[in-house]
Design a protein around this ligand. Structure first.
Ligand SMILES: [Zn+2]
Length: 89
């Protein structure tokens, strides 16, 4: 579980997500399945808000170690887009 503070922390992960272009599926608001299309490996990314702070976690090895992986970056991008769409309704 990592706290999402500034976008800078996710910079490398976002850059990698742009290269790998993983598929992101929405399970429900806050839960995403990220698939590496090359290997077929899937991971679950969870986004949540606690005390006004945003947290995210991924089930991959890097995510379990509290690192910002590209699965997390890709899912967070989808999550933010979804949250923005919900807010505009
Ligand atoms: Zn991951």
């Amino acid at each position: 579980m990592i706290q999402l503070t500034t976008a800078a922390k996710l910079e490398n992960a976002i850059a990698k997500a742009r290269t790998v272009k993983p598929r992101v599926r929405v399970n429900y608001f806050g839960s995403y399945t990220v698939e590496n299309k090359q290997t077929g490996a899937t991971y679950t990314v969870t986004c949540e808000k606690r005390d006004g702070k945003r947290f995210a976690s991924c089930t991959c090895r890097a995510g379990e170690l509290g690192r910002a992986c590209y699965h997390l970056a890709a899912a967070v991008a989808a999550h933010i887009q979804l949250a923005t769409e919900q807010a505009s309704h």
